[in-house]
Write a protein that binds this ligand. Structure first.
Ligand SMILES: *Cc1c(COP(=O)(O)O)cnc(C)c1O
Length: 965
């Protein structure tokens, strides 16, 4: 027992967190230290981390707190939020999360702790959920192809613009036409993204702008931000005559009743899926969707799930066409999306699965009917409704009476939207009731309106409902696939969700040692507050005075992150690391321009960098110049110096990951930063590896000007099977005036005119609470210990595996940082056994493979994190050693690579049941290679998947299995 936790134990509840978060006990840590040749953790730090960058535990960080105490404190903070009914609209709408989905998906570690499905054989459950999401989006949008989610609607709008730019045949056009009735945050993010790409954005009435400009694309909101529904068919035709493309941001619930934009001829349809059962969360997380024509499939942003076959010819899912993505194409990637919103896309898909097409029609029709009753009552009393058509949103013209009406509604517990000086917006949603309509009448008409809801409803039914334009009523069937027509009882739904969950490996099964991704414990105490109503049911544009709890929590997290990183300010807006990179490089770009050095556009990036780095540089129009790495995996300082000097007149930035993606603390990091500064550039530190630095060194003190923090890596937000995440950036003071702001809610008084990088002012605000809880529970002492044990665990694994698989790079004294790369290339050379064979064979042992072939092809990068016990580390090591012995059998000629269990991995129950077992090894060796598997075995639900087949025969929709065969 370490001394500080002893003292905690004296009078506190027995729920001190540190030793729950940190896997190895003090005794185990001692054994690991001995095995690695260190005396103490302090000794280890001194021998692995360069003295020049070490720091003490930041004094601003609190002492650790127990789980009880922390949750009580957060409850007290968050109960300052006043949770009113928000009928503000603008792309965020209250929803009812079906409880079966709330508890069994959103609150279930089997779903939320899984990793992005790069290893598809043990990810078929969430891949099926995402394929269902794609099918749902295709049905609702009327387009042929949908992706598996984007970060939010506003970034999807920007992606729509760049897809138009790539695919439009109007090659000389440079104008993107944006309808003035888009949600303001969509316009703002489009503006942010367009500027560095040199795209001219014109905003106004689409029809007249189309007559004036030579444009390549158009975007409208359907229904628009005021609730109006327009028939764009003629304009779409006109755009196509100009060889331009037409995009629509569409409300997913309205699409249940409305003719799809695809049927009207639109080329891209995107939007938010939040109102399909996902809480608003003060801005997120929720999933955006993106659909387009099949012809543009190679240009689609984000991930696409596709159907392929496994080695037995059985249909099997995996991520398709990854060659479009930044891992492969780097600065030429179609988009820069790594972490997306997989968990929330799955929730939206399950909402549709649970309700089915009939249930969705009932929900959408009910919302519309209540809106109609509201409107009929208001018109009958002489209130001017601005819209001629609507689905769920009315814009009222109230003149001088507006503010009083707004206040009365607020007093009665309802937030409405102020539009201009005299208008009021009201958006009905799934939670709207008859009583609420009465309340709205009361707010807008006074106590004595004498309206009779039943009579109004009856009249409306008698006369039909012309609020939806007759030409735009949906005529075709949606969601006809069996998956949407089967699981409507809770029993069926529960079993369906459990069946999918059981196909996947998550942290609920075994360690997921994904180098660079820091798959540590996502503690239950950290997750519990996310679904508290005070967090879940807040609209991001609710009045600030109703969100004091959120403000305090976010401010405190801001302070904690500043203490940890040493930066002067934090921007909480980016929804992923890649978005943080973009936001940070934009701040650099705008800073240089403000200084009159806008010509600086060269971005130095080491060859070992993550694909998002060059992709981000390209998004801000920087020129990527690659820096070599030396034989030890360090940035080649001479090469860096030469290139920085050669570009000293046009150097904008260096992007560098620290500790390096090669898993070492480079000694020269300070010198590297100094060289870049001397040559007039700024240092962007990719903070994905911050887990090796927390409370040991600070990015800002090392020399970084800006850095993102992947809160879903270092600070415990779960990976969700491929999102959500948060990538806030820390900056030094000189960059503060150039940070993102927001058009609806000012987040920073120092830069009020700046545009946004995300739809919501504080990104996915609700999950910021996860990192707040983690840091509060750990305190400075616990965080330091976590970093130490993360480094210890990596060195322990490196040390134990080194004799079996050479560790590729080490730093000072032959040590690694918090992860290590093992080199499989020599074995591959000798035996033909690949890193993929090893990755798939690990599944037979119940493990998810480490990161494959990044940053070095033919290697595995192992990051155990501090949360895994010594027993789990040993189990993983044992699996790897046994795999090494199986490779040896190929080396000695006992069997060929093709015959070996490595090549046949993973083994399924179908393999074992096969009457013609003709392998050179036993069934037992195939499926039960270790003793522990007899106690608990995760069965991959498919055999090895053929990626090439899937990409050649691209198929990205749900089809009954029989049809596919
Ligand atoms: C994870 C990672 C990123 C990207 O972060 P996302 O949150 O997935 O967008 C960038 N760089 C490195 C080194 C990473 O490991």
């Amino acid at each position: 027992m370490c001394p500080h936790s002893l003292s905690l134990h004296t009078l506190e509840h027995h729920d001190a967190f540190i030793e729950r978060h940190i896997g190895p006990s003090v005794e185990e840590q001692q054994a690991m230290l001995e095995a690695t040749g260190f005396q103490t953790l302090e000794d280890m730090i001194q021998r692995t981390v360069p003295a020049s960058i070490r720091c003490d535990i930041p004094a601003e960080l609190d002492t650790p707190r127990t789980e009880t105490e922390t949750l009580e404190r957060l409850k007290a903070i968050m109960s300052q939020n006043i949770v009113k009914r928000s009928m503000i609209g603008m792309g965020f709408t209250d929803a009812i999360t079906p409880n079966v989905i709330l508890r069994n998906v959103l609150e279930n570690p089997g779903w939320y702790t899984a990793y992005t499905p790069y290893q598809p054989e043990i990810s078929q459950g969430r891949l099926e959920g995402l394929l269902t999401f794609q099918q749902m989006i295709m049905d609702l949008t009327g387009l042929e192809l949908a992706n598996a989610s984007l970060l939010d609607e506003a970034t999807a709008a920007a992606e729509a613009m760049t897809l138009c730019k790539r695919m439009s045949k109007a090659k000389h056009a440079n104008v993107f036409i944006v309808d003035e009735q888009l949600h303001p945050q969509n316009i703002s993010v489009i503006q942010t993204r367009a500027e560095p790409l040199g795209i001219e954005v014109v905003i106004g009435d689409v029809a007249s702008l189309m007559a004036q400009h030579n444009y390549f694309g158009v975007v409208v909101q359907y229904p628009d931000t005021l609730g109006e529904i327009k028939d764009y068919q003629a304009l779409i035709q006109q755009a196509h005559e100009q060889k331009a493309l037409f995009c629509a941001a569409a409300d997913i619930m309205a699409l249940v009743l409305l003719k799809s934009p695809g049927d009207l001829g639109a080329d891209v349809v995107f939007g938010s899926s939040q109102r399909f059962g996902v809480p608003m969360g003060y801005g997120g997380p929720s999933a955006a969707y993106f659909a387009t024509r099949d012809a543009f499939k190679r240009s689609v942003p984000g991930r696409i799930i596709g159907v392929s076959v496994d080695s037995r010819g059985k249909p099997a899912l995996r991520m398709a066409m990854q060659t479009r993505e930044q891992h492969i194409r780097r600065e030429k990637a179609m988009s820069n999306i790594c972490t997306a919103q997989a968990l929330l896309a799955n929730m939206a898909a399950f909402y549709a699965v649970y309700h089915g097409p009939e249930g969705l029609k009932i929900i959408a029709s009910r919302i519309h009917r209540l809106t109609n009753i509201l409107a009929a009552g208001l018109s009958s009393k002489g209130v001017t409704i601005v819209n001629t058509h609507w689905f769920d949103t009315l814009t009222l013209e109230l003149g001088f009476a507006r503010d009083a009406a707004y206040e009365r509604a607020a007093e009665l517990g309802i937030n409405l939207r102020k539009i201009g000086d005299t208008r009021l917006g009201i958006t009905c949603d799934e939670r709207t009731t008859r009583e609420e309509i009465h309340t709205l009448w009361k707010a807008l008409l006074g106590e004595t309106h004498h309206l009779d809801m039943e009579a109004l409803d009856y009249q409306l039914i008698e006369n039909g409902t012309p609020a939806l334009p007759a030409s735009l009523l949906r005529e075709n069937e949606i969601l006809t696939h069996p998956v949407f027509n089967t699981h409507h009882s809770e029993t069926e739904m529960l079993r369906y969700l459990k069946k999918l969950e059981n196909k996947d490996i998550s942290l609920a099964h075994s360690m997921i040692a994904l180098g660079s991704c820091t798959m540590k414990l996502n503690a239950t105490a950290e997750m519990i507050p996310v679904t508290w109503p005070e967090l879940a049911n807040m609209h991001p544009f609710a009045p600030r005075e109703q969100a004091l709890g959120y403000q305090q929590m976010i401010d405190e997290l801001d302070q904690m992150l500043r203490a940890i990183t040493g930066f002067d300010a934090i921007c909480m807006q980016p929804n992923s690391g890649a978005q943080g990179e973009y936001a940070g490089l934009m701040a650099i770009r705008n800073y240089l321009r403000a200084k009159g050095e806008g010509h600086r556009n060269v971005c130095l990036i080491p060859t070992s960098a993550h694909g998002t780095n060059p992709a981000s540089a390209a998004m801000v129009d920087m020129q990527v110049v690659l820096i070599d790495c030396d034989a030890q995996g360090n940035v080649d300082v001479e090469d860096l110096r030469n290139k920085a000097l050669a570009h000293k007149d046009d150097l904008a930035a260096l992007m560098i990951t620290y500790p390096s993606t090669h898993g070492v603390f480079e000694e020269e990091i300070k010198e590297i930063c100094a060289i870049v500064h001397e040559c007039g550039g700024q240092v962007y530190m990719d903070g994905a590896n911050l887990n090796a630095q927390v409370c040991i060194s600070k990015p800002a003190e090392i020399g970084a000007d800006v850095s993102h923090m992947n809160l879903h890596k270092t600070f415990c937000i779960p990976h969700g099977g491929g999102g959500p995440g948060m990538g806030p950036i820390g900056v030094k003071a000189h960059l503060v005036p150039h940070l993102a702001n927001h058009p609806v809610v000012q987040v920073n008084n120092d830069n009020q005119n700046n545009t946004a990088v995300s739809a919501a002012p504080w990104g996915s605000a609700s999950i910021l609470s996860i990192s707040w809880v983690y840091i509060s529970l750990m305190g400075g002492i616990g965080l330091r210990q976590a970093t130490e044990v993360a480094i210890l665990s990596a060195n322990y694994i490196a040390n134990r595996l080194n004799e079996h698989f050479p560790v590729l790079y080490t730093g000072r004294n032959g040590r690694v940082a918090h992860e290590c790369i093992i080199d499989l290339r020599p074995l591959k050379e000798r035996t033909g056994i690949t890193e993929e064979d090893v990755a798939k064979r690990l599944m037979d042992f119940g493990f998810h493979a480490p990161t494959m072939s990044f940053p070095v092809p033919g290697t595995l990068m192992i990051e155990p994190t501090e949360s895994e016990s010594k027993a789990e580390l040993d189990r993983f090591i044992e699996a790897m050693v046994q795999i090494r012995q199986e490779i040896a059998a190929v080396e000695t000629g006992e069997m060929t690579a093709e015959q070996s269990p490595l090549r046949h991995a993973p083994h399924t129950q179908a393999d074992l049941m096969d009457a013609n077992w003709d392998r050179v090894y036993s069934r037992e060796q195939g499926a039960f290679p270790a003793e522990w598997l007899k106690d608990a075995k995760v069965w991959p639900s498919v055999n090895r998947i053929d990626n090439v087949y899937g990409d050649r025969n691209l198929f990205c929709a749900c089809v009954p299995v029989e049809d596919y065969r």
